[in-house]
Design a protein around this ligand. Structure first.
Ligand code: FAD
Length: 275
């Protein structure tokens, strides 16, 4: 099955060229959605094989992550070696711990002056806050995200809430190249549930009593990889953790397809109480 990201015009034009050129997939300094970058990378590798171009096109992964499989959450046990194995098997080069300066027509220019030419590229930028939030200094951090407590009330006002991408999360480490936090679907939903419980309590005249810090939300993620994938599970998004596991295999690809269909059905039918 062809995934939606590789069904577009740009991809068609690329694979139909006589000399398609190389491919660069990357995530900039400050980006947080590394899972999406890895998905796109491995899906691209799979689509290159399907198009009979795998030996003709060099695929390079460029990332701010200090090591493979950091994912913006500090990495998980055996993650680096697993991702390393995936890259080796797919003959993908990696340029890590690197900042990007800019993208020219057909060329990625890194902060240290190195360049990577491409015929096709996809670069993940950092999450960016809203201008309307940035203008309100009492609620906004430097990036236009709302500074929140673990009740998802804003730090400044009891009756103003923010969750998901809009909520600021403090990065608990420093890396040579800045790496953001993955504000993905599962934590966004968990934050929204916490906020909803607290809003209902406030309406009833009670104190908001539900607390769930971003770092304490479990990590539950399925990374697609063509006809393969990895299930990512951990007791907490951010370290220190007690458990963390990566389970690779084709079942992960099937799970991702199944979940996508289930999630879209759930949302279309307003079944928000379902898990
Ligand atoms: C390429 C990519 C792949 C991803 N893959 C995964 C994945 O596999 N699994 C996963 O869990 N997560 C994934 N994510 C992350 C996931 O999409 C986000 O975590 C999730 O959408 C965050 O939800 P949200 O409600 O905070 O923000 P959003 O989904 O961005 O919703 C914000 C909404 O607010 C609207 N809006 C914005 N500004 C205004 C305004 N001024 N006025 C009114 N409305 C406004 C927007 O139009 C939008 O509808 C991926 C993200 C990307 C970019």
């Amino acid at each position: 099955m062809e995934d939606a990201l590789h069904a577009g015009e740009g991809w068609r034009r690329f694979i139909d060229r006589d000399e398609p050129g190389d491919i660069v997939i990357g995530a900039t300094q400050g980006a947080g959605c590394f899972g999406a970058a890895y998905e796109f990378l491995f899906n691209t590798s799979y689509q290159l094989k399907k198009a009979g171009l795998k030996d003709k096109v060099k695929l390079t992964y460029v990332s701010a992550e200090p090591f493979l499989g950091h994912f913006g959450i500090g990495g998980l046990p055996h993650g680096e070696s697993l991702l390393g194995m995936f890259l080796k098997k797919e003959k993908i080069d990696a340029v890590l711990d690197t900042a990007m300066d800019h993208v020219d027509e057909g060329r990625l220019v890194l902060a240290d002056g190195r360049t990577l030419d491409f015929g096709y590229a996809m670069i993940i930028p950092p999450f960016s806050g809203q201008e309307v939030v940035r203008k309100v200094e009492t609620i906004s951090d430097d990036n236009g995200f709302v500074k929140v407590r673990d009740t998802y009330q804003s730090e400044a006002y009891d009756d103003l809430y923010a969750v998901g991408v809009a909520a600021a999360v403090e990065v608990p480490w420093t890396t040579a190249t800045p790496v953001g936090i993955p504000k993905t679907g599962f934590p966004s939903e968990q934050q929204a549930h916490t906020a909803a419980v607290n809003i209902a309590a406030q309406i009833r005249g009670e104190e908001p009593a539900a607390h769930k810090a971003f770092g304490d939300i479990p990590a539950v993620c399925v990374m697609d990889a063509g006809n393969n994938g990895v299930v990512i599970l951990a007791d907490k998004m951010l370290p220190p953790r007690k458990h963390g596991v990566l389970i690779p295999g084709p079942h992960a690809h099937a799970m991702k397809l199944g979940f996508e269909k289930y999630f879209l059905w759930k949302m279309k039918h307003g079944q928000v109480r379902l898990p």
